[in-house]
Design a protein around this ligand. Sequence first.
Ligand code: ADP
Ligand code: MG
Length: 426
Amino acid sequence: SNRGQRRNGGDEANEFSPGLLDLHAFDTELIPEMPAPAMVDAPVYRSSRGRSFDDSEPYYGVSKPSSRARGVPENNTLKPFIPDKEKASNVAKIKVVVRKRPLNKKEMAKNEEDIVTIESQSNFLTVHETKFKVDLTEYVEKHEFVFDAVLSEEVSNDEVYSETVEPIVPIIFQRTKATCFAYGQTGSGKTFTMKPLPLKASRDILTLMHRNYRNQGFQLFFSFFEIYGGKLYDLLNDRKKLCMREDGSKQVCIVGLQEYKVSDVETIKELIERGNATRSTGTTGANEESSRSHAILQLAVKRSADGSETKPAKVVGKLSFIDLAGSERGADTTDNDKQTRMEGAEINKSLLALKECIRALDNDQGHIPFRGSKLTEVLRDSFVGNSRTVMISCISPNAGSCEHTLNTLRYADRVKSLSKGNKKDT
Ligand code: ADP
Ligand code: MG
């Protein structure tokens, strides 16, 4: 059987080089040093589940001046910002989560078997694959996998948020680029899983901005685009075709992409709905076409060097949500239709490149193979410096999806397993 690699204790995933949060260790080319937000009032952060963090000590930053903080104007009233090492390092660099959806009506009507078992409160799952011997007698092969978290069909979208995105929201104020991907075959629940996350995250980001970082000049920007057949389209500007450019400091710039400055949840909700409605629908129906595109929604926290609104704001941190093309589409390379073949090849290339980039990230490899595909080129700035990646692998439970499910779990396993130093073949 194909047993996923169990991560020893799981703690190692949470460790990264102690110097990483040192101000000097940041990619200062991307983000100039800035005076820090001072704490206001009692720093209590309540999550969507109503849980509160330790109220007795500051949760974000410390308002103690630091000799390490350079470039702070003499009579600046803002105090230098020292990222809270402990809290940020509690967030694993890469987290791989699996979510299983329930059997749907059609599958139930066909009496399809649910072949994925998840023991409650565990982080492993078993796929029961039916196979046939040469004499055609049936037998079941069990495949076990272990991930950072395994979410069963009973897990709600709120719980998915708490498990995946909620922990990374605070650290985007600490110069972190975080990315959350949904990977899986068409129909496995990627869009269902991803759709609610940006709104919940925006809510938490705005809470932090208005409460813990009040009057510190942070601004939130929203953009939403898709990659279809290797080309970029703005989902908030009538699918306007966009192009990508790299500036002198290797910052990725998507020319013409509409970025909306947002300050309330209602506006964000509208933008999300508008973008979703604009996703490729083609003639064959929404799911068919959207399964061939990657949708990328970005929330960028910006701030000008002095925290004022008059100077141009620069990106402090970013949170990207990516609803990837259906993983099975990468195999459309022998289709009769040339267009479909080309799209399939591009999807295949992007999913392979994505895996390579995440692996390179986790190994702290100097060279990150962005150039493999449009998707990874666009995400370039999320793979350098201080970054976090959450991958949610979505799986269908039915016997008919067994092969796709195993492929998805193997992909997820490979994204994960190299970080343990157990190098496996691709
Ligand atoms: P994908 O984006 O991967 O193609 P969808 O998110 O569109 O898949 O999901 C396919 C169908 O399954 C949709 O009708 C969706 O509402 C339903 N679905 C997916 N995940 C769940 C879930 N966890 N619970 C209930 N229904 C789900
Ligand atoms: Mg979808």
